[in-house]
Each structure stands twice: as C-alpha cells, then as structure tokens.
Write a protein that binds this ligand. Structure first.
Ligand code: UD1
Ligand code: CA
Length: 490
C-alpha cells in the first residue's frame, strides 16, 4: 500500500528515549533539552511524524514521567512505551513492540530521541531504499573520519552488510572500519519481532543490542542493507552540552538558509536565531541580533530588528519592529514598534498603530492608527482607533490588590505625563489635560484637567533667593521687560 508520496506504507516509527544521558550533567532529562525552540525529542517526533507512520511509539525509562508528559504535549497520538530493567537498544525496541498492536505488519523505523537533525525526508529515503532493495533490515550508515564510540558496519566480500559490531566488542581490525551505525533503521515488522526474541545480553556491556538483529536476520536468509548518507549532521546525537550547542548552531544555520532561499532577507544569519516553528513571509527583512522564537509569525515585507527578541508574536505585513522584546503579542500590518519597546502577553496593536520608545504594554488592545509613542506603561487597557497617548502616560492598573481596566476611546487625546487610574473610561473624542491624574470617567467631547492650578508668586526670587545668579537674571529680565514676572496669575 502506498502513501500519496508514492513511498511504501509505514506501520510504525519507534523513537528510543529511555537512556540516561549522564554526560549532560543535568537535572533535566537529555531528550528534554532544547535547540531551535523544540526539545531534542520534539525534533525526533517531528521527523518521525513527517514519515507518516500509522503508529508512533516513544520508549521511555529515565525520568519516565517527565518524558512521558512531554510526549503527550507535543504529540498526543504517540504511544508511550515503558522499558523495563533489561538494558539496551534491543530491549527498548522490544518494549515498543509490546506496546504496539501485535498484528503489526510492514515496515517499522527505529530512531533516537537525541538525534535532532535527522529529517523526515531522510526517513522517507530510508523507507524507499528499504522497499526498493527488498530488505528485511536497512540501516542508515555514514563514513566518519573518527568512528570511535560507534558501532561499525561489517560488510562481506560482496559488500553486503553482514552485521554490526559495537566499539567495545570489536577486534582491532574491526575498529579500523570507518563506516558507522547511525542507530536509525528500517525493519520488516515480523523479522524484527522474531530476531529480537533471539537477541541475548552476551556482550561486553551485558545489554540486548538492537544491532544484533541485522546478523540474526541475515543468518535467517533475509536481505540486510545499508543506506549510506553524506550529511553527517543527521546522524549526530547529543551527548553533552558542547554537542547541544554545536547541533543548535547547525540547526539554526539550516533554518536561516531555508528562509533565505524562500525569499527572506537575513542580513546576518550568524547572529539571527530562528526557531523551527517560526514562519516568515516573502521579502521580510531580519536585521542582526534578532531572535524569532516559538510560534512567531512575521508577515511579508515586515522589517524586524536589529536587537529584537520576539516569542510567540505575530508581526503584520510591512510592520517595522526595532530593538524590541515581545512575548505573545500581535503587531498589526504597517504598525511600528520600538526602539526599546517591551510588549508583554495580550498586547494587540492595530494596523498602522505605533508603540514607541520606552513603552511597556501588557494585555492592551491598541486600535488601528492609535499611538503610544513615548515612555508609557500601558497595562490592562483598550485604546480606540486613532487615539494618541502622550509621552509619559501611565495606565495605573494595579491598586495593590487587584488589576483594573482602562478604556481610551477612539480619536481621544491623553496629554503627556498623565496617570489614568483604573478602572476609568475615557470616551471617544475626549481630551485629558497634560499632567492629569484621572480617576473619574471622561465623556465624549470633554476635556478632563485633574491637577493643581498654577500659581505664580511675584517677587519670590528677589525675596527668597537674593544674591543668586537667578536673582540677577530676574532683575536683568525685569529691566528689559518691566512687566515680566509681575502678574500673580498665568
Ligand atoms: C548505539 C548503537 C551503535 C550506534 C550508536 C549511534 C547499539 C547496541 N549500539 O550505541 O551501534 O553506532 O547507537 O549513536 O544499539 N536507549 C534506550 N534504552 C536503552 C539504551 C538506549 O532507549 O536501554 C536509547 C537512548 O536513549 C538513545 C539511543 O537508544 O536515544 C542510543 O543509546 P546509546 O546508549 O547512546 O547507544 P550507544 O551505546 O551509543
Ligand atoms: Ca550515543
């Protein structure tokens, strides 16, 4: 049976993730460490899913509950299979088979939870090669300059794969072999099941080796082959944090290259970090030192950066976002944000709106064309279209106990340095005088002025600051304009 791709149908992918990963020196299980915004296991599951199997099983043991919970979050359809006390990759695969339907037929892939750069495309090619060669087992192999630590591929006189020998079990001649076992395989389900039943722990590590399945299948007369790949990154596992960073950088290199090839300008890919789940529209420009994280979406023709971090944020078409930090925010088309803006969750900026320098927003709906241009805290607010919030305005949303909401209506104007003390509503078409502390609602067409009246006290400088330069300046000014400074009221 074939999938729409024409590739043979895949019964299951088994992702091995029961190992401990001691070299990470971490309280977090190795497979839950992240690169490109996903866990290592998340990448492995994504590749497995891309191969379109009928079933997907993840084998767990170390930190079982944490890993199982994560599997449930990233792929609720995946089966979690528990490995028992018996060690080894062979036992892990056997435990997965026990958790899968026992009448499974066809091809089963085995992959690792700690090999994050393996692609779904490579798995498709593995399945194709496996089917085309009529093999019962096909292993992905690579030629390494330094094969130390890996299992070595044993080939017969006819170049056919005869088996795999582990580093710890190998003879000096076998150690000289540079073709290594990636640990990624395709198996015929029945052959795998039968061969695993014959695998023993009779080896240097006292483990059930999955690698033994190849020699067992071959001895039973089945065809075993190798799918040699050039892209070594796809076979590389993470064992420590140095490798984590190395693979993280390579993943980022691949992601940035993919977006550039799709029509995005990335001025400095070296300092631009883009997570695997980000999407970017055509002709968008990403300036240096920018991180696009989580499920961030950047619209076509938008300009983001420099020095910007967007996480789970949507940027509309043609918007400009400069030197900004944003989390779970929505920035409308043609809007401008920054420099030095901080958009917190629930910020929604309308089309052609503006959030300017040193402005912090949270749970704030800012209408189309509305402007919050300078030095503002805007929390728990709804701002109507075309409204203008003056420099230094503070939306005082917290009374020390609870948060309250503020509304500023369409085309209203809040003068600079005002405090809007929530809950308060400023209607459409209203004004707030600069420097006001607004505690009561303002109706349409009204201006609210809520500040002390100005009082000018004549002669104060001469009386209280006599002999200072200020007093001299006042006296000189009075000589030129005898009336100046004499009025009591403005
Ligand atoms: C294994 C292969 C080796 C190959 C190498 C590639 C065997 C016997 N050896 O070696 O030929 O070159 O991978 O990286 O298979 N795991 C379990 N349960 C276990 C043991 C391991 O789920 O009991 C999982 C680990 O979480 C990991 C993967 O299997 O994802 C590989 O385990 P690891 O210990 O790294 O295998 P190696 O001994 O390095
Ligand atoms: Ca390993």
């Amino acid at each position: 049976m074939n999938t729409p791709h024409g590739t043979p149908r895949l019964a299951a992918v088994i992702v091995l993730a029961a190992g401990e990963g001691t070299r990470m020196k971490s309280a977090t299980p190795k497979v839950l460490h992240r690169i490109g915004g996903r866990t290592l296991l998340g990448h492995a599951i994504a590749a497995a899913r891309a191969a379109e199997p009928d079933h997907l099983a993840v084998v767990v043991r170390h930190e079982r509950d944490l890993v199982a919970k994560h599997v449930g979050e990233v792929d609720p359809g995946a089966i979690v299979a528990d490995q028992d006390d018996v060690k080894g990759t062979g036992r892990a695969a056997q435990c997965a088979l026990d958790a899968l339907p026992n009448d499974l037929e066809g091809t089963i892939l085995v992959t690792y939870g700690d090999v994050p750069l393996l692609s779904g495309e490579t798995l498709h090619q593995l399945v194709d090669h496996h089917a085309a060669s009529g093999s019962a087992a096909t292993v992905i192999t690579a030629n390494l300059e330094n094969p130390t630590g890996y299992g070595r591929i044993l080939r017969g006189g006819d170049d056919a794969v005869e088996g795999i020998v582990e580093q710890k079990d190998a003879t000096p001649e076998q150690l000289a072999i540079t073709e290594i076992n990636s640990g990624i395989y395709a198996f015929d389900a029945a052959v795998l099941r039968e061969a695993l039943a014959q695998v023993t722990t009779d080896n240097a590590q006292g483990e059930k080796y999955l690698t033994d399945v190849l020699a067992i299948a071959r001895a039973a007369g089945s065809r075993v082959s190798a799918h040699l790949i050039d892209d070594l990154w796809q076979t590389e596992g993470v064992n420590d944090r140095v490798q984590l960073a190395r693979l993280g950088r390579e993943l980022n290199r691949r992601i940035t290259e993919r977006w550039m090839r799709a029509g995005v300008t990335i001025v400095d890919p070296e300092t631009t970090w883009i997570d695997a789940d980000v999407t970017i529209g055509q002709d968008a420009t990403i300036l240096p030192n920018t991180q696009l994280l989580g499920a961030t979406v950047v619209g076509a023709d938008a300009v983001v950066g420099p020095d910007t971090t967007l996480n789970g944020t949507e940027v509309g078409e043609r918007a400009e976002v400069k030197r900004t930090e944003a989390l779970l925010a929505v920035i409308g088309p043609d809007a401008t944000v920054g420099p030095f803006s901080y958009l917190r969750p629930g910020t929604v900026l309308g089309a052609k709106g503006k959030i300017g320098g040193f402005v912090e927003t949270k749970n704030a709906k800012i209408g189309d064309g509305a402007k919050v241009p300078h030095l503002t805290y805007c929390g728990d607010a709804t701002i109507g279209e075309g409204a203008n919030i003056g420099a230094g305005t503070i939306f005082a949303n917290y009374d020390g106990v609870a948060k309250h909401h503020t509304t500023v209506g369409a085309h209203s104007f809040v003068g600079s340095d005002s405090v809007l003390i929530a809950p308060v509503n400023i209607a459409d078409g209203a004004y707030v005088g600069a420097g006001s502390a607004v505690t009561a609602d303002v109706g349409p067409g009204q201006i609210a002025v809520a500040r002390g009246m100005q009082r000018n006290i004549a002669g104060w400088v001469a009386r209280r600051r006599a002999g200072t330069k200020t007093a001299d300046a006042a006296e000189a000014a009075a000589r030129h304009t005898p009336d100046a400074g004499e009025a009591d009221q403005p």
